[in-house]
Design a protein around this ligand. Structure first.
Ligand code: HEM
Length: 128
C-alpha cells in the first residue's frame, strides 16, 4: 500500500519522466513521434493525478496562511498551463513561439512553487 511519501515520490518521478520524454519529443522534431508523444502526455496526466492525491489531505489540514495559498495557486496555474499549451502544441499547425516557450518554462515555475508548498506543509504539520 502506498504511503503519502511514496505517492509524492511517485508524482515526482512521473513529472521527471514527463520532462525527459518532453525533451526527447522536441529533440526528434516534427512530425511528432506518436509513441513518445502518447507516453509524454499519459505520464504527465498520471503525475498530475498522483500530485493531487498526495497533497490533498495534508493541504486540507495545514493550508492556513497566504503564502501557501499563493504558492498552491501558482503551482496549479502552471500545471494547467502545461496541459493547455501541451494540447495546443499537439496540433501540426505552425504556432507562435511563445506557446513552446511557455511549455518549456512552466515545469520550472511549477516545481519551484510546489517545493515551497511541500516545505510549508512539512513545517506546519506532521502530515508527512
Ligand atoms: C506535467 C506536465 C508536462 C510537463 C512537465 C511537460 C514538459 C515538457 C518539456 C520539458 C518539453 C520539451 C520542451 C523543449 O525543450 O523543447 C515538452 C514538449 C512537448 N510537450 Fe509537454 N509537458 C507536460 C505535459 C504535456 C501535455 C499534457 C501535452 C499534450 C497534451 C504535452 C505536449 C507536448 C508536446 C507536443 C511537446 C513537443 C513540442 C515541440 O517540440 O514542438 N505536454 N513537454
Amino acid at each position: 500500500m502506498l504511503t503519502l511519501n511514496n505517492k509524492l515520490i511517485t508524482a515526482g518521478a512521473l513529472l521527471l519522466i514527463s520532462i525527459i520524454t518532453g525533451i526527447w519529443l522536441s529533440h526528434i522534431g516534427r512530425p511528432l513521434n506518436t509513441m513518445i508523444f502518447t507516453i509524454h502526455k499519459l505520464i504527465a496526466l498520471a503525475g498530475a493525478i498522483f500530485l493531487v492525491i498526495a497533497l490533498y489531505n495534508p493541504f486540507k489540514t495545514a493550508s492556513d496562511g497566504p503564502v501557501i495559498m499563493i504558492l498552491t495557486a501558482l503551482a496549479a496555474l502552471f500545471l494547467l498551463t502545461l496541459f493547455v499549451t501541451g494540447g495546443v502544441l499537439s496540433s501540426e499547425k505552425s504556432l507562435p513561439g511563445f506557446v513552446l516557450l511557455l511549455h518549456k518554462i512552466s515545469p520550472a515555475v511549477m516545481i519551484l512553487a510546489l517545493s515551497g508548498v511541500i516545505y510549508l506543509l512539512i513545517q506546519k504539520s506532521s502530515a508527512f
